[in-house]
Design a protein around this ligand. Structure first.
Ligand SMILES: Nc1nc2c(ncn2[C@@H]2O[C@H](COP(=O)(O)OP(=O)(O)OP(=O)(O)O)[C@@H](O)[C@H]2O)c(=O)[nH]1
Ligand SMILES: [Mg+2]
Length: 245
């Protein structure tokens, strides 16, 4: 078994799922994969099950009844991973917006450079986003600026969904106390790690807009982000962010 596992949440990713799994499994370093599929109507889970016959010891699947949100998908994945002995746990999208090759750089940032949480950052050195409509770039870029102003956390890409956690971070965070389901989940995990004193390191990546499949981004996810960050700040001010007992 590898020391590292990549958690990939999926909802209707039939066009991408086989290719993204093979891209990770073909990397020079051994990564296992855990797919969290929310009952995708397009049959994504069936494709994963077929591939599991080829990779029984490296490819795992959790199926959930319906679309329950990216945040809760990762929390379910973290609990599964913590029942096993993985030391490095990654978050990655299924649509090739994140380049699987960058997993190695996130791994090194934790394993060699001492980060507790390594963030694949679109905004660490300029704006590294390809083919995203200008509106999305501005919304995402200013969302991170807004998070920095409200929380004081010096992370350039606070909503980044491409990260590596050292096991200790997930063991320390009270995962069942994480509130947010959508993109605010990504901010909340980084802010909670920051408030608990963990060392966050950004690694510059290039984010490429998805070529295949459809976006799951919607206005309610955006609204959760705006008000959620304020709620996180107040929660911290009133001692609500604690280590898992
Ligand atoms: N399990 C699960 N996965 C989800 C859910 N929503 C999104 N995902 C997956 O989370 C990842 C990120 O979602 P995307 O739709 O790519 O979000 P995005 O990158 O902001 O939007 P695009 O720019 O259109 O790609 C993808 O792998 C999705 O399939 C969900 O509710 N449940
Ligand atoms: Mg995407």
């Amino acid at each position: 078994m590898s020391d590292s596992i990549v958690i990939i949440p999926t909802y209707n990713e039939k066009e991408n799922i086989e290719a993204i799994i093979k891209a990770v499994l073909d990397l020079p370093k051994v990564f296992d994969i855990l797919i969290i599929d929310d009952g995708s109507p397009d049959g994504t889970a069936a494709i994963v099950k077929k591939l599991q016959l080829e990779y029984p010891d490296r490819l795992f699947l959790i199926e959930r009844a319906g679309k329950l949100g990216l945040g809760t998908a990762y929390i379910a994945g973290f609990h599964w991973v913590l029942e096993r002995s993985y030391q490095y746990i990654f978050e990655m999208d299924a649509d090739f917006s994140h380049n699987p090759k960058d997993l190695l750089r996130l791994y090194d940032a934790c394993k060699i450079d001492g980060a507790d949480l390594a963030v694949g950052s679109r905004y660490y050195s300029g704006v590294n986003v390809v083919n995203w409509p200008m509106g999305r770039v501005l919304m995402s870029y200013f969302a991170s600026k807004y998070v920095r102003i409200i929380t004081g956390m010096k992370v350039q890409d606070a909503t980044a969904g491409f990260v590596c956690y050292k096991r200790e971070v997930l063991e320390t965070i009270d995962l069942d106390n994480i509130l947010f389901k959508g993109y605010a989940f990504q901010v909340e995990m980084k802010y909670t790690a920051y408030c608990l004193g963990f060392n966050i390191k950004e690694v510059s990546i290039i984010f490429v807009n998805r070529m295949l499949g459809t976006s799951k981004m919607n206005s309610s996810i955006f609204a959760e982000g705006v008000f959620g960050v304020l709620r996180m700040r107040f929660r911290h001010l009133f001692g609500g962010i604690k280590k898992k007992q």
